[in-house]
Every structure is written in structure tokens, then in C-alpha cells.
Design a protein around this ligand. Structure first.
Ligand SMILES: [Zn+2]
Ligand SMILES: [Zn+2]
Length: 247
């Protein structure tokens, strides 16, 4: 049956709101491409460190690392743990260019941040993506952290200046390195191109996954050195045990 012109727009809008769930393929009847059952079963971040968001077995203010050797960012905000199926979704987004998975996880982060701001959480002055080295970006063709950052900036109306943080030299993969080796590997690897833009500002770094936090901590130190008033991190998911993660 053909739609009457007067009804076509409504039907079109209805169709636009029908996203199959990306996890089970059922029709979700929601704007989110995720059905309610699959959403309920996601590995939501529950008890966690109030600074680095490390999942903890019970609620306590800070994890051992943040108590003894705190990172240089003030807070990490994320809704999810890096566990199945979130780890698979992120891996397909990051390495197989499966954008809908990245968009879905970004939508969950946007929803989480909207609640956070509604409850009095401080909105940042600007958000910046953790940069990839030029060679890696050329090989991959995109920076997944920048994509998440762009989606967040658009949905939450946050300033998102480009090229403000650059990765100035190639670094080896952080995987498997000790804490000191990770810091040495990233020493002098970043540059703030226009320091006046971060002076006295509340800055947020956006990344896909926070593992050890070393990269974000080093960039945060640089931002603070250039006068940033506060640096926070937004990410799609937080790992539990960094040393066992294969990313
Ligand atoms: Zn589902
Ligand atoms: Zn911590």
C-alpha cells in the first residue's frame, strides 16, 4: 500500500526511529541502536576509583595507584567497563572501521554526560581528542578518538578546537611496558600548539579506552603546565587490569 503524501512524513519519521539492536538484531523501537535487554546486560561501570575510574570491588574513594602516585588529570568519566561485548564493539570500531559501533558507544557516553551535567557536573570549556602519531593516522586513515570527540562536541555543544594537541614524534606501542618505560616512551611526544587557548580553562581529553592512563596523564601535565585550570578525561570504557589488556 502506498502512503498518502500527508502521512508519508510521519511514516518516514517512524521508520527513522526504528534501529535494529546492534547486539541481537531485534527491532529496538528506540532512537538508540540497542534494545532494552541488551542495554541492561552491558558491563556498566559500578564501584570505581573517583579519580581514574578503575573498577573496584567495593566503593572506596581512591585506588592504590591514585593514592600513592596520582595521575595528572582530576577525574575520568565513563559509563562502561572494557569487558564483553564492549571490548568487541570498540575493537571493531577502532580497527575495522565499523562506525555504528563507535556511534552507539558514543551515544551511551553522551547520555551519561547529559545526566552528569543535569546533576550539577561541571561542563568543560573545551574538549580535545588524544592525538595519534601522524604515521599511525596515515596508516589507519582516521583517529577514532577524534571521531568520538566530534560526536560529543556536536551532541553536547562543546567547543572542540582541532590540532591543539599534536603528537610530535612516533612512539612504540605502550603494550607490555612498565610504568616507567611508558612514561619514558611518551616523554616529549606531545605539543600544545596554542597554549593561550587552554590558559585558565577546564579542558577535557577524549579517548576511546582508558587503560593505564599514562598517555592522558602526560598530556594533562602538559596542559596544566600551560595554565589549564583543570583537566578531565572522557572515554567510552575503562579497563580493569591494564597489564592483561590486548589493544
Ligand atoms: Zn538487543
Ligand atoms: Zn585511581
Amino acid at each position: 500500500m502506498r502512503c498518502q503524501p500527508s502521512h508519508f512524513k510521519k511514516v518516514y519519521q517512524w521508520l527513522k526511529s526504528q534501529h535494529p539492536c546492534l547486539l541481537c538484531d531485534s527491532t529496538s523501537h528506540r532512537l538508540l541502536a540497542l534494545c532494552e535487554d541488551c542495554e541492561a546486560e552491558l558491563p556498566w561501570l559500578r564501584e570505581h576509583c573517583s579519580q581514574c575510574a578503575l573498577p573496584l570491588p567495593k566503593q572506596q574513594a581512591l585506588c592504590a595507584d591514585c593514592t600513592h602516585n596520582p595521575p595528572l588529570f582530576s577525574k575520568v568519566i565513563t559509563p562502561l567497563q572494557f569487558a564483553f561485548p564492549v571490548d568487541t564493539l570498540i575493537s571493531r570500531f577502532k580497527y575495522q572501521q565499523n562506525w555504528p559501533y563507535g556511534q552507539l558507544l558514543s551515544a551511551l557516553l553522551i547520555q551519561h554526560l547529559s545526566y552528569y551535567f543535569d546533576e550539577g557536573g561541571q561542563r568543560p570549556d573545551l574538549i580535545l581528542a588524544v592525538p595519534l602519531a601522524k604515521r599511525r593516522q596515515r596508516q589507519r586513515g582516521y583517529n577514532q578518538a577524534q571521531m568520538v570527540c566530534d560526536w560529543l562536541a556536536k551532541a553536547l555543544q562543546l567547543p572542540n578546537p582541532q590540532q591543539l594537541v599534536l603528537r610530535t614524534r612516533e612512539t612504540v606501542s605502550q603494550q607490555g611496558l612498565s610504568a616507567k618505560a611508558r612514561r619514558d616512551n611518551l616523554h616529549n611526544a606531545f605539543q600544545i600548539t596554542q597554549p593561550e587557548q587552554v590558559k585558565d580553562k577546564h579542558v577535557v581529553l577524549v579517548d576511546d579506552v582508558l587503560t593505564t592512563g599514562t598517555t592522558c596523564s602526560i598530556i594533562s601535565g602538559l596542559l596544566v603546565k600551560h595554565g589549564a585550570a583543570r583537566v578531565e578525561v572522557y572515554c567510552l570504557a575503562r579497563t580493569g587490569k591494564p597489564q592483561t589488556v590486548q589493544m
